[in-house]
Ligand binder design. Structure first.
Ligand SMILES: Cc1cc2nc3c(=O)[nH]c(=O)nc-3n(C[C@H](O)[C@H](O)[C@H](O)COP(=O)(O)O)c2cc1C
Length: 331
């Protein structure tokens, strides 16, 4: 399957959330959805030589590396490192509004400079054999999205980027926290749908506020090439990912959350054997039984018993027993 097809459903890049442990876990729930790393900044790789930020498991494929930066030469170098590390796609972040990122003049502020984004894309493509894609907003601050978004897509696609993920809201760079910038500026799905029609040669994924697999199916039926889900996939991974292979990709069986939890126990055992801690992995699994009997017991046991320094995979086993008893009681 081509990466474009995997992009029918993707799991969004999320700092501090979609680390390699999270991606391993998500991969057990869906074999086909495209997974994104957290943003890794080009300066961290190129100037800081922080190559450990590229570590990932072969199990994670297809997996995209998201880069942050605005220096074309540095981004080209970082993209090359990403390719050499085996990533299937290199994505440029043009959506992140955080202060730290603004000060480095990258992220959403780049919506104001499509020419520079085009240069970055062109440089990244020269350094990378993997596809280069862009994740953007519909505009920032007082920009008029109806005007700037088509201009942005036209300019950046002319540099060779053929796949875009559009978070369907503006970023307000002053006055809102990064968290508020994910909720407060209103969503404009219709504008992104118009872009889908105006740019038939581009692959366009829609992102922002999608909370169920039904919604994702509706967007695909409406003609979008892909749907990217962030917070819902993290907080409710079984509902978004466990049926995705069958429902979104038309192949494969639904994953069983109980089996996935068992497989994660083996993963945790290996992680601990290498000096890691249960909590680093299990914190991503708190939502596995969300909305199901025993969900609260699961969360509580994993959070409380799982944060002890000597906690091991047995904590997951104990929490699973609690969920199983709760399911039996509810049946
Ligand atoms: C904790 C967190 C961290 C995020 N970090 C990034 C990031 O590193 N790069 C990025 O492009 N977007 C980041 N985002 C934004 C998401 O990728 C996504 O665009 C946004 O959450 C909207 O999608 P959703 O409504 O499905 O969550 C982050 C979101 C969250 C909740």
């Amino acid at each position: 399957m081509q990466i474009n097809q995997h992009a029918r459903l993707s799991c969004a890049p999320m700092m501090d959330w979609t680390d390699r442990h999270c991606r391993y876990f998500h991969r057990l729930l869906s074999q086909r959805a495209l997974l994104y790393t957290e943003m890794v900044t080009a300066p961290a790789l190129v100037r800081g030589q922080a190559m450990h930020l590229l570590d990932h498991s072969p199990v994670e494929h297809p997996v995209a590396l998201q880069l942050g930066g605005s220096d074309p030469a540095e981004l080209a170098e970082a993209a090359r490192f990403g390719c050499e590390a085996g990533y299937d796609e290199i994505n440029l972040n043009v959506g992140c509004p955080s202060d730290r990122v603004q000060s480095g003049a990258f992220g959403a502020v780049l919506m104001k400079d499509p020419g520079l984004v085009a240069e970055c894309v062109s440089a990244m493509r020269s350094g990378s054999s993997a596809e280069v894609t862009v994740k953007c907003r519909i505009g920032v601050d007082d920009q008029e999205p109806n005007v700037v978004l088509p201009q942005f897509l036209a300019r950046v696609s002319s540099a060779g980027c053929k796949r875009f993920i559009i978070h369907a809201r503006k970023a307000w760079l002053k006055g809102l926290s990064p968290k508020e910038n994910r909720d407060v500026p209103p969503l404009d799905y219709d504008l992104v749908a118009r872009m889908r029609q105006e740019f038939p040669d581009l692959h366009i994924s829609i992102n922002g506020g999608i909370t169920t697999l039904e919604q994702a199916e509706e967007f695909l039926s409406a003609g979008f090439d892909g749907v990217m889900v962030g917070r819902a996939a993290y907080h409710n991974p079984a509902d978004i990912l466990a049926q995705a292979d069958r429902r979104i990709f038309g192949a494969g069986e639904d994953a069983d959350p109980f089996e996935v939890a068992h497989l994660m126990m083996t993963y945790v055992e290996e992680h601990i054997a290498q000096g890691g801690r249960l909590h680093q992995v299990a914190r991503h699994m708190l939502g596995l039984f969300a909305g199901r009997p025993g969900a609260r017991l699961w969360r509580r046991h994993i959070s409380e018993a799982g944060s002890r320094a000597d906690a091991g995979p047995e904590v997951i086993g104990e929490a699973l027993d609690m969920v199983q008893s709760a399911s039996r009681a509810a049946a």
